[in-house]
Design a protein. Structure first.
Length: 281
């Protein structure tokens, strides 16, 4: 948003009445408003709420694995603060807008505000919330493992969507960055000493496992989310991904999530290190 400054007029020179021209909307204002509208159409407020709930569960798991006394009210309050939806939105939004640049939002708004677009968003949000149940996620993964290759038309359309948006690679890169920032936070917090080169080496040593897990998660999630859609409906969604605007949005979404998860992971690492050392959070 553009800033508006006001200059003081000398009293003697001021007229009896001053007409103030209405503030005109700039191109940047309009583009920013369109991104707000796109975020709303994408169901981003609900998605960030789900991510907060996921973060609270992950925070408990992390504490129970790494802290002598496990999780507790103080730790849970800190984790909840790190996953505040407004803070998540600010991080997500800044990363998205920087990556998206001046790409045209109009065709994206037209699709996601359509009946087909809103149905896809609702299915994705519903599946994401369902995946918070570990049994549901494992069942979806098991179903995917048992699917024969070559895939049927429905899963073939999902495969085209995954490949067009580079979803597996993007998820692997996001996992690497989050893990790196978490380890970096542990080092900054004084839990142990480790060079960035050693951190990277440790993360890359798990590359095959991370890639396999990301591949399975992406296909299991989308197979569950898009089960009610026909292959033709999924292919129409792939067509949107092939446009310049669709590709720009996909890159921008990952840039936003990458910034958000990177910041959270770093803070979690620092907080956990201090807790391990018995410091007051």
């Amino acid at each position: 948003m553009t800033a508006v400054s006001f200059a003081a007029l000398p009293v003697a020179a001021a007229p009896a009445a001053v007409e103030v021209a209405p503030r005109t909307e700039t191109v940047a204002d309009s583009h920013s408003a369109q991104i707000d509208a796109l975020f709303a159409a994408l169901g981003m407020p609900e998605m960030l709420q789900i991510l907060q709930e996921e973060g609270l569960v992950y925070g408990d798991d992390l504490a129970n694995q790494m802290l002598p006394n496990g999780t507790g009210p103080v730790w849970q309050a800190l984790v909840a603060d790190l996953h505040d939806p407004d803070a998540l939105h600010a991080l997500m939004r800044s990363g998205f807008e920087e990556s998206f640049g001046d790409a045209d939002v109009t065709p994206l708004l037209a699709f996601y505000n359509s009946e087909a677009g809103q149905r896809i968003v609702e299915l994705e949000l519903s599946a994401r919330r369902a995946f918070m149940d570990e049994e549901v996620e494992e069942a979806a993964r098991a179903r995917f493992r048992n699917i024969a290759v070559p895939y049927n038309d429905h899963l073939g359309a999902i495969e085209a969507f995954v490949e067009e948006n580079d979803l597996v690679e993007m998820n692997v890169a996001g996992a690497f960055n989050s893990n790196f920032m978490f380890m970096r936070g542990l080092v900054q917090g004084g839990a142990f000493e480790m060079s960035e080169g050693d951190i990277l080496a440790d993360i890359w040593s798990q590359e095959a496992e991370t890639r396999a897990d990301s591949h399975e998660w992406v296909y299991a999630f989308l197979s569950m989310a898009y089960q009610p859609l026909s292959a033709a409906e999924i292919e129409a969604y792939v067509d949107l991904s092939r446009t310049a605007e669709g590709a720009a949005m996909n890159r921008a979404l990952f840039a936003g999530f990458d910034r958000m998860y990177g910041a959270i992971s770093l803070s979690l690492g620092v907080a956990l290190a201090r807790q391990l050392q018995g410091e007051t959070l």
